[in-house]
Design a protein around this ligand. Structure first.
Ligand SMILES: Nc1ncnc2c1ncn2[C@@H]1O[C@H](COP(=O)(O)OP(=O)(O)OP(=O)(O)O)[C@@H](O)[C@H]1O
Length: 544
C-alpha cells in the first residue's frame, strides 16, 4: 500500500517539485529583480498545490536557506545612490564607464545619451533591466542593470548594477577582477571626459583655507601631434617618450622613482612650444595647469599650489626665464658648486617672501613633488642659455626639446593642414628656399592661410610664401654685398655686423644642433632603454 502511494503520489510530486525549484532558481538568477516577485508568487502557488501543507510551510520557512544551499552564485550590488545617507556612490559611475564599451559589443538593448549640450560624443550604455556577460581570465561574469521605482521622497528611481559570478571564482573576482574593473573604468572615464585648463589665482599674500588657488575652464585646443610642423623623426621620438611615460606605472614603481617627467621646450617665439604642450595634453588626456610664477607669493604658496593639482596632469611654466630671477648670484655661485640648492635663496625667500630657485627646485623634485602620480612638468623658454643649469639638468628636466625654424618636412605638414596638399609643383622651389632662411612655423602658417576676403588658391598661397622666403633671403644677403665705408653705409655696416653676429649665431646653432643631434641620439637611447626596461618590467609582472 505504502509503496503504491510512493509511486503514484510522492515520486511524481517530488519530480514536479524539483522542476519547480529548478525553475525558481533560474528565475532568481536571471530574471531582473523587478519581475522576480510576480514570477516567484506564481511559482509559490504551484508549489502550494503540489505539496502537502505541512511540507509547504516548512519550505516557505526555510526558502532562503534552501536557496543559499542550492545557489552556487555570488551576487554583488552597487547602488547609484547610497540610500542610508543619500550619497552618490562613486563606484557606480566607474562601473558604468567600464561596462559601456562592453555593452556596445554585446548588449541587446542599448541606450544613448549626450551628457551635456556641448558634449561631443554620445555615451552608449546598456539599457535598464538589461544583462551582459563579461569574461575575465576564462571566468564568466554577468552584469545586470536594474531600475526600480521607490516610495522615497528624494530618490523615486533607484538604479543598481548587479554583478554575479560562480562562487568558485570568489577570490579572483573579489581582488583581481574588481581591481581590473576599477582601473579600466577610471581609464575609460578619463578618455571620454572633457580636459580642463587651470590657472593660478594671485593670492596677494592673503590665503585662507576656503580661497581657491586654481581657476579652471574647459580645455578645447584642437591641435594634435599630427598638426605639428617639425621633423617627423623627432616628433615620433617625443610621442614615443610620452607614451612610454604614460604606460610606465610599473617601471617607475620598480626603479623607485616618482611617476613624473620634466620637459624643457626651448626655441624662438612662434616655433610651436605652446602648440606642443596642447598636443601633449590631447595625446595623454591630461589636464593642464598653467602656472604663472610671477603671481605666486612665496615658496609655501607654490607648495600649496602643487598639492592642489591632481594626478595625470601637465604643469606648465611658460617663459621660465622671465618668471624668476634665475641668473646672477646663483649663477656665480654655481661656478663653485654646480648643482646643489642654494641656501642663499632660502635666506632671500624668508626676508623678501618670494619664490626662489630652491623653492622651484623643490617644486620639481622635492618630497612634495611625489604627492600626485603621472605628472608632467613643462618649462618653456626663448632663451635657454639664461637658465640656471641646476634647474634644467637631466633628472629634473628629463627631455630637452628644441623647437626651431620651419624645415621642409615641417612645411609639408603645414601645407597638408592648411591647404590639404600632399604635393605641388612649387614644393621644390620652397624646399630649396626654406632651408636657407629662418622662418618660424607660425610665419609659414600665416602665408599658407587663405584670407577669407579674397579666397586664394593653394598655388597663390604657395607663391605668397615663396615671395616671403625670397625677401628674407635677400635681406640676409644684402649686408654682405655692401663693403663701402661712407656714412650712408653705416646702417648697412651695422646690419652687416648684426648679420655676422647672426651668422655666427647660426654657426653656433648648427654646432648646438649637431650637439643636440648627438644629445637627441643619447635621449633616444635613454628612451629606448627606458622602454626596454618597462617592457622587461611588464614581462616580469603577470598581465592583469
Ligand atoms: N611647429 C608648429 N607646428 C604647427 N603650427 C605651429 C608651429 N609653430 C607655430 N605654429 C602656429 O603658430 C601659432 C603660434 O605658435 P605657438 O604659440 O605654439 O608658438 P610658441 O613657440 O609657443 O610662441 P611663444 O614663444 O611666443 O609663446 C600656433 O597657433 C600655430 O598656429
Amino acid at each position: 500500500m505504502s509503496s503504491t502511494i510512493q509511486q503514484t503520489w510522492i515520486v511524481p510530486r517530488m519530480k514536479q517539485l524539483g522542476t519547480v525549484m529548478f525553475i525558481a532558481q533560474l528565475i532568481h538568477q536571471f530574471v531582473p529583480k523587478r519581475k522576480q516577485l510576480s514570477t516567484l508568487t506564481f511559482i509559490g502557488q504551484l508549489i502550494y498545490q503540489l505539496v502537502p501543507s505541512k511540507i509547504y510551510i516548512y519550505l516557505a520557512m526555510h526558502a532562503r536557506r534552501i536557496s543559499e544551499l542550492t545557489n552556487p552564485y555570488v551576487d554583488i550590488s552597487f547602488d547609484e545612490i547610497i540610500c542610508t545617507n543619500y550619497r552618490i556612490n562613486h563606484a557606480y559611475a566607474i562601473l558604468e564607464a567600464y561596462l559601456n564599451p562592453i555593452s556596445l559589443k554585446v548588449a541587446n538593448r542599448i541606450q544613448g545619451q549626450l551628457p551635456n549640450k556641448d558634449g561631443k560624443k554620445l555615451v552608449i550604455s546598456m539599457d535598464d533591466d538589461e544583462e551582459i556577460m563579461d569574461e575575465f581570465r576564462g571566468m564568466e561574469i554577468w552584469w545586470y542593470s536594474e531600475k526600480e521605482t521607490t516610495q522615497d521622497k528624494y530618490y523615486s528611481v533607484r538604479r543598481q548594477l548587479r554583478l554575479k559570478f560562480h562562487r568558485q571564482h570568489r577570490e579572483a573576482i573579489m581582488s583581481d577582477y574588481l581591481d581590473h574593473v576599477l582601473t579600466e573604468g577610471k581609464e575609460n572615464m578619463r578618455k571620454s571626459r572633457q580636459l580642463r585648463l587651470y590657472s593660478n589665482n594671485p593670492s596677494n599674500g592673503r590665503f585662507s583655507s576656503s580661497s581657491k588657488l586654481w581657476t579652471n575652464g574647459t580645455f578645447d585646443h584642437p591641435v594634435t601631434f599630427d598638426h605639428l610642423a617639425m621633423d617627423p623623426e623627432r616628433k615620433k621620438e617625443i610621442v614615443d617618450d610620452l607614451i612610454t611615460f604614460r604606460d610606465g606605472k610599473e617601471y617607475y614603481a620598480k626603479v623607485g622613482k616618482p611617476w613624473k617627467r620634466g620637459y624643457l621646450l626651448y626655441g624662438p617665439p612662434g616655433t610651436g612650444k605652446s602648440s606642443m604642450i596642447a598636443s601633449m595634453a590631447n595625446l595623454l588626456n591630461y589636464d593642464v595647469y598653467d602656472l604663472e610664477l610671477t603671481a605666486v607669493e612665496d615658496n609655501s604658496e607654490l607648495r600649496r599650489l602643487l598639492q592642489e593639482t591632481t594626478d595625470k596632469c601637465i604643469i606648465v611654466i611658460e617663459d621660465i626665464d622671465c618668471s624668476l630671477n634665475l641668473t646672477g648670484k646663483r649663477k656665480k655661485k654655481q661656478e663653485q658648486s654646480t648643482d646643489e640648492d642654494s641656501s642663499d635663496d632660502d635666506q632671500r625667500a624668508s626676508s623678501k617672501k618670494k619664490v626662489t630657485l630652491s623653492g622651484l627646485l623643490n617644486f620639481i623634485d622635492g618630497l612634495w613633488s611625489a604627492c600626485c602620480k603621472e605628472r608632467i612638468i613643462v618649462f618653456t623658454t626663448n632663451h635657454v642659455d639664461k637658465l640656471d643649469p641646476a634647474l634644467i639638468r637631466r633628472g629634473r628636466m628629463d627631455k630637452h626639446i628644441e623647437m626651431s625654424y620651419c624645415c621642409f618636412e615641417g612645411f609639408k605638414t603645414l601645407a597638408k593642414n592648411y591647404l590639404n596638399l600632399d604635393s605641388h609643383d612649387l614644393f621644390e622651389t620652397i624646399r630649396s628656399l626654406i632651408c636657407k632662411v629662418q622662418m618660424t612655423p607660425a610665419d609659414v602658417a600665416e602665408h599658407l592661410m587663405p584670407k577669407s576676403a579674397n579666397k586664394k588658391s593653394p598655388g597663390d598661397c604657395l607663391n605668397d610664401l615663396i615671395e616671403a622666403l625670397e625677401m628674407k633671403l635677400k635681406d640676409m644677403d644684402k649686408p654682405k654685398k655692401n663693403t663701402g665705408n661712407s656714412k650712408g653705409d653705416t646702417k648697412e655696416t651695422d646690419d652687416s655686423e648684426k648679420d655676422i653676429g647672426q651668422s655666427e649665431a647660426e654657426a653656433k646653432e648648427t654646432d648646438d644642433s649637431m650637439k643636440d643631434i648627438g644629445e637627441s641620439k643619447d635621449e633616444t637611447k635613454e628612451t629606448d632603454d627606458s622602454t626596454k626596461d618597462i617592457e622587461e618590467s611588464k614581462a616580469e609582472t603577470p598581465a592583469n
